[in-house]
Design a protein around this ligand. Structure first.
Ligand code: ADP
Ligand code: ADP
Length: 226
């Protein structure tokens, strides 16, 4: 069961700036939790602490049953999807999908099986031999999703995954993410500053402002309150 528990997580940057003041909540197994708030409010900082890309100043982070404060990103049961896709430009789509697994020493047959599975789920078969530069923005983001998917992580972290896409692709990719979430029974933390995305995707929404958690509630209660 991959719940994620944030116990009074705090991030103070080296220059003294408080990126996240005191994040204290839990994401249930299978939940899709959306983090919203204005630019600079600390959403990425929070997500990066969960990913292990940013050190935790104080507090305790638990993924599943394990305290992971000092566990490297690679050894956390997570995969992250970045806003700018973060694909490896010199590698084909197939190699981009396989890379994280190979790095972890996954057996070749298993790598091939998982790449084929992710490719089928995200309709990437035709793209497998191509390089990222040959893809549209929407295709790149599907590859980025595929790269997270092949790892079969317990927890997916998505940092504004749609913000570089045009309106039409935003809609179709959003639907794709919702479907993946249903099919995988995965726990997801999804960062956005888009209220529509938050309302349509989130089971619960965390509203941040200036490093603080202001509200945590369901979309209904958050946005339909008089
Ligand atoms: P968001 O994702 O909500 O836009 P961030 O988490 O990226 O916000 O940033 C939160 C705040 O922390 C911002 O004011 C940002 O300038 C600051 N910040 C981010 N990284 C650093 C850093 N390495 N050193 C100092 N301040 C930082
Ligand atoms: P992959 O994400 O391909 O499976 P890893 O997770 O082993 O590779 O990567 C090691 C670390 O580098 C992780 O913290 C991961 O989140 C981060 N990372 C991987 N690719 C990028 C990238 N292109 N840009 C920024 N960080 C990345």
């Amino acid at each position: 069961m991959a719940r994620v528990r944030l116990d009074h997580l705090r991030k103070v940057y080296d220059n003294g700036y408080v990126g996240v003041a005191d994040a204290d909540f839990e994401i249930a197994h299978g939940e899709l939790l959306v983090l919203v708030g204005p630019s600079g409010c600390g959403k990425s900082t929070l997500l990066r602490m969960v990913a292990g890309l940013e050190s935790i100043t104080s507090g305790t982070l638990t993924i599943g049953e394990r305290v992971v404060n000092d566990v490297s990103p690679r050894d956390r049961d997570i995969a992250m999807v970045f806003q700018n896709y973060a694909l490896y430009p010199h590698m084909s789509v197939a190699d981009n999908l396989a890379f994280g697994l190979k790095l972890r020493g996954t057996a070749r047959a298993e790598v091939e099986r998982r790449v084929a599975e992710a490719s089928a789920m995200l309709d990437l078969d035709r793209l497998l031999p191509l390089k990222p530069a040959q893809l549209s923005g929407g295709q790149r983001q599907r590859v980025a999703l595929g790269r997270a998917l092949v790892r079969k992580p317990a927890v997916f972290l998505l940092d504004e995954p749609l913000s570089n896409l045009d309106a039409k692709l935003r809609l179709s990719t959003r639907v794709e993410i919702a479907k993946l979430h249903r099919d995988l029974d995965a726990t997801m933390i999804y960062v956005t500053h888009d209220q529509i995305e938050a309302m349509t995707l989130g089971h619960r929404i965390v509203v941040m402002n200036e490093g603080r958690i202001q509200q945590i509630d369901t979309p209904m209660r958050l946005y339909e309150r008089p």
